[in-house]
Design a protein around this ligand. Structure first.
Ligand code: NAP
Ligand code: GLV
Length: 319
């Protein structure tokens, strides 16, 4: 069977594919991302695809692969880059990589929260420029005795909440479609989104991108937040209206923001948000530890093999 891998797959995944003897692998072996044209060419007649979240799997891509395509294995937990309606219609199975990246992403979210709240990148620049100020110079906001609001208390949201408890957070609020029984472990209070926005000192967004969450953090949302509050997004860029976020940050409606995800990615270097000292932007590196990426690659390979052989997949998406 023929398989196309849209990026250099870490060794942990490649080894599994090679040892299986089940498929012939063609991999996009380059530091630059595969172009749409190269993707369409590489997919011709394949039985399986291993992709990442930057690869939009739309009808054109599915058509390029053709009727042999049995499985799409994405090296991500999020699946908003996949046209699931079309994929389902064609009877193609989907694998993804939940859980194995939860810890790494939660750690990054906390690093980003602290970087934005305590102005760490700005502080680094001050040292390089030899600047110095008074007692309130470079002050920020701390987690002790604070209220943290988590939008979407799923795997990653809950892992963030668990890691925040030892920082001395006083109240932990969360919003979502349904209350979560595990919230009791972190004294989480299920509240409407508006309450979360208006009562939190830190808002952390960890929900998936869906039609319901697209553009959810907009002017109306930011206007409810405290002027001293810090906004953090590790979900998907499109959950945020970035023009409204720029206005909120530059107009002092909120204190600071940390974004691991943006629209688009990579983020244009001349984007207005990058001109703000109170906005810390990262290049979508939530799961980027060597061990996590290796484990994700192994899981993606196992998912692919299960799908190719009509067998169980360790993490098959139910959709
Ligand atoms: P998950 O376990 O499915 O958690 C998602 C949570 O969001 C669920 O609790 C869900 O609640 C909630 N949710 C759904 N719709 C919502 C809404 N309208 N408002 C508020 N909450 C809502 O997924 P996960 O593993 O934690 O991953 C979450 C997302 O993080 C992924 O989809 C991906 O976009 C992003 N992610 C980013 C990185 C990164 O590198 N920055 C890494 C991994 C994942 P219900 O169960 O009630 O629907
Ligand atoms: C990363 O953003 C993922 O969805 O795995």
């Amino acid at each position: 069977m023929k398989v196309f891998v849209t990026e250099r797959l870490p060794e942990e995944g490649l080894r599994i594919l090679t040892a299986s003897g089940v498929c012939e692998v063609t991999m996009w072996d380059s530091d630059s991302n595969v172009t749409k044209a190269e993707l369409l060419k590489g997919l011709d007649g394949v039985d399986g695809i291993i992709c990442l979240l930057g690869d939009k799997i739309d009808p054109a891509v599915l058509d390029a692969a053709g009727p042999n395509l049995k499985v799409i294995s994405t090296m991500s937990v999020g699946v908003d880059h996949l046209d699931l309606v079309e994929i389902k219609k064609r009877g193609i199975r989907v694998g993804h990589t939940p859980d194995v990246l939860t810890g790494a992403t939660a750690e990054l979210a906390i690093a980003l929260l602290l970087a934005a709240a305590r102005r760490i990148p700005e502080g680094v620049e001050m040292v390089k420029r030899g600047e110095r100020g008074g007692v309130l110079w470079m002050c920020g906001y701390g987690l002790s005795d604070s209220t943290v609001g988590i939008v979407g208390l799923g795997r990653i949201g809950f892992a963030i909440a668990q890691r925040l408890v030892p920082f001395g957070v006083k109240r932990l609020l969360y919003s979502g479609r349904t209350a979560k029984p595990q919230a009791a472990e972190v004294n989480g209070e299920f509240v409407p989104l508006d309450t979360l926005a208006s009562e939190s000192d830190f808002v952390v967004v960890t929900c998936p991108l869906t039609p319901e969450t697209r553009g959810m953090c907009d002017e109306a949302f930011f206007s409810k937040m405290k002027p001293t509050a810090v906004f953090v997004n590790v979900s998907r860029g499109a959950v945020v209206n970035q023009e409204d976020l720029y206005e909120a940050l530059s107009g002092g409606e909120i204190a600071a923001a940390g974004l691991d995800v943006t629209t688009p990615e990579p983020f244009p270097t001349n984007h207005p948000l990058l001109s703000l000292t109170n906005c810390v932007v990262l290049p979508h590196i939530g799961s980027a530890t060597y061990s996590t990426r290796g484990t994700m690659a192994a899981l993606a390979a196992q998912n692919l093999l299960g799908g190719l052989q009509g067998a169980d997949m360790p993490c098959e998406l139910a959709f």
